[in-house]
Write a protein of this length. Sequence first.
Lengths: 196, 196
Amino acid sequence: MARRRGFDRDEALESALRTFWQHGYEATSVATLTTAMGINPPSLYAAFGDKRRLFEESVQRYQETYGAFAARALTDEPTAREAVERVLRDAAHEYSRADHPHGCMIISAAVNCESAEVVELLRGFREATKAAIRQRIDDDVSAGRLPPGTDTDGLATFYAAIIQGMSTQARDGASLRELLAVADRAMAAWPVVTAT
Amino acid sequence: MARRRGFDRDEALESALRTFWQHGYEATSVATLTTAMGINPPSLYAAFGDKRRLFEESVQRYQETYGAFAARALTDEPTAREAVERVLRDAAHEYSRADHPHGCMIISAAVNCESAEVVELLRGFREATKAAIRQRIDDDVSAGRLPPGTDTDGLATFYAAIIQGMSTQARDGASLRELLAVADRAMAAWPVVTAT
DNA sequence: TCCTTGCTTTAGTGATCGCTACAGAAAAAT
DNA sequence: ATTTTTCTGTAGCGATCACTAAAGCAAGGA
């Protein structure tokens, strides 16, 4: 039929992801992207549509790779307490790794962003994570591991805030040790279950 | 001598501050600034130097006004515990007020910013706040209100992360009630002082 | 071998970026 | 009233923004 694409679409998307992760949506220019991806603008537009759709694909890919630890922890662990603790400890490791940008892309890539759609896209992902934490805690209330009157929404908001604070700290250069200390301290705020 | 300035420098600076606070350093264009300030570019450059120096003055002004609650709480309260608790509760109120942008300017205005100098400027302010919290806790260790082995640096990092998480939550639309719940939950992680 | 098809490169679109030259206007000093 | 000085508005600087028209090139089908 015709000539085939001369670059690996997946590798190019990974390069775009990391560039967006480091600099954010609007601060990343198409020129920066094409340089990082090793292609020319027309190839980018042919393969990914435009800058926004490339960003959306990058975020999707982030959620399925670097950001997948949270969903994994929430489903794998037997109790809400262990699940949340593992989310925080995994976040500490993930956010401080030296082989990719620090912090969380979902949290930091659209902070100074004029596009309401892009802002809402990431805010939606953050809300979803918070809702997943709350669901996991609700399950524990239903199972009797937490008292019936537990403020599950408040707890979910608190741990979502912790994750966001850890991401900011990581961006500011906090070490794995410091982030783990934050995670441990945050778990000290877990509701005390009084014996019956 | 000569013609006097036709606008109020302080009012113009306040307008610039709020614009930077809302949109961040790089996402705020000079055109946006001049519109918000009600002046033309040459007036801005004559009165404030350039965009970066205007931003620095805006940050300075922010610290002395909207952001002054933290330093006040840390010096006014009698104990570190009360001081940190008041910082968090004041932050909850300040970050969710309807009459100015949500969250903290120092935390959010240079997240997606390519200028290393601007990033470092705000990071320096964040480090200073963290250091002030740590100092206040160190004082309590010296005074015997906290045990000698207390990890004061870890505690300061934790509450700095809480403040940053609250700022992100506020930007995402969290209410005063939700932010206060985060503050209260965070205080539940304060070290337990065992009786001697 | 030649044609068709689609990816590639080059080069440039109008719009906006931070910033400023220039000239007119206004107020204090003479 | 005239001069001096500094602010003000207009208009535009070169650079960069996201994006694309046009033409060259490579590979499968005839």
